[in-house]
Design a protein around this ligand. Structure first.
Ligand code: GLA
Length: 398
């Protein structure tokens, strides 16, 4: 963390020729359980992790955003966007074109979204922004939300906007949906902004109420291991949007505002009204919502074995009903379980990225080497296996 702060300061100075006014950071997240429930107005239970994106920032005299990062190509100096061009860029994306800004569409989108949320950018100054990050990109750990939330916190303070954190989370979601063109929900930004040490964030995606649920991992001698398969995904295209469309179709056919309005006991009557595929999509969402609530009960009773069983059931549902897993994720989950994990599941949007496993501390090295060996045996690229610690949300660091 201290290193990243120094890196951010150094990189800022080297790029922009003056020191930053402050440094803000926001974490990536792991979703413990509750996948593809957020845009169905259901429940999710993510936690913020100990990998963060930092932004060093300083206001400018003009109305230009300059964005640079240590993860850019060597020869990229910085991306420059006048605040007055943001609406036009957003219209491009709304018209179906890919954003020309690449990764910088996330922070630029946050600036745009803050304006839309009522801040009005007429009087806002430009800002220089330099990003450094330890959150791997495309691993399903919400590198994009970390980027958005660090930016939101920095701009909120530099522009004196005074938004509360749930509003900043909405700005991140709007950036992603309307400026980048990825039809995602609000889970990741909520975890990144509202996470706390040793706790998961229970979010009701309809009321947007949140509650911290203590995880008790340390006392139980448990670790959450991330198994990053190295298979990369992109939610602005393909499967993610199709799944979301299936859910919206099911809600229309069943005459409910969102799939949140259906419970497990409604599944029987729903089956006749839907195609087999749409029914399977629905069944995942409805049972997953229930699993989130059951997971919260299990945690309150300190029953980590029951939590593990729910993680397993969640994975099976995503593999078989929602069909968003991959052979690499299935293997990671299976091998982790065979080597001592209490439960395991893919986490995030799917189609690649990472799995998580709930593992007794004594079994961590066994799980790690077994997963490495199994991937090699199957001819898959080497996975990255590492523990994550439930950590505090976004903050000003300097
Ligand atoms: C991605 C999205 C989230 C959520 C998950 C699936 O992480 O950004 O909003 O929909 O996928 O649970």
């Amino acid at each position: 963390m201290t290193d990243l702060r120094d890196d951010a300061r150094r990189a800022f100075r080297a790029r922009f020729g003056h020191p930053p006014q402050g440094i803000w950071s926001a974490p990536g997240r792991v979703n413990l359980i509750g996948e593809h429930t957020d845009y169905n107005e259901g429940f999710v239970l993510p936690f913020a992790i100990d990998l963060r994106t930092l932004v060093a920032a300083a206001p400018r005299q003009d109305r230009v955003l300059r964005m640079a990062s240590t993860f850019d190509d060597e020869d990229t100096v910085y991306l420059e966007v006048p605040l007055d061009a943001l609406d036009e860029l957003q219209e491009l994306v709304a018209g179906g074109e890919a954003s020309p800004l690449e990764w910088a569409a996330y922070p630029a989108g946050v600036a745009w979204a803050l304006g839309r949320l009522g801040a009005g950018l007429d009087a806002a100054t430009g800002v220089d922004l330099m990003f450094v990050s330890s959150v791997p990109v495309g691993a399903g750990l919400s590198s994009s939300a970390a980027l958005e939330c660090a930016t939101a916190l920095a701009l909120d303070e530099l522009w004196g906007l005074g938004f509360v954190r749930p509003e900043l989370a909405q700005a991140g979601r709007m950036a992603e949906n309307d400026f980048v063109g990825a039809p995602t929900g609000v889970m990741d930004q909520t975890a990144s902004l509202l996470g706390a040490a040793d706790a998961a964030v229970l979010l009701d995606c309809r009321s947007l109420e949140t509650e911290l649920v203590p995880l008790g991992l340390g006392d139980a001698g448990l670790e959450v291991l991330v198994i990053d398969t190295g298979v990369r995904h992109d939610h602005a295209s393909g499967g993610y949007g199709e799944r979301r469309a299936s859910c919206e179709k099911a809600a229309v056919l069943l005459g409910v505002p969102a799939l949140r309005d259906l419970g497990v006991t409604d599944l029987n009557r729903a089956e006749d009204k839907l195609s087999t595929e749409t029914f399977h999509r629905l069944r995942h969402v409805v049972t997953e919502n229930q699993r989130v609530l059951d997971a919260v009960d299990a945690l309150r009773e300190n029953d980590h074995a029951a939590l593990g069983a729910l993680l397993d059931a969640s994975h099976a549902s995503m593999r078989d009903d929602f069909e968003i897993s991959t052979p690499e994720l299935d293997l990671a989950v299976e091998v982790a379980r065979e080597n001592g994990a209490l439960g395991a599941r893919m986490t995030g949007g799917g189609f690649g990225g990472a799995a998580i496993a709930l593992v007794p501390g004594d079994d961590v090295s066994r799980v790690t080497s077994a997963v490495d060996a199994a991937f090699a045996e199957h001819g898959y690229g080497a996975p990255e296996v590492f523990p994550v610690v439930p950590s505090p949300g976004a903050a000003r660091d300097a």
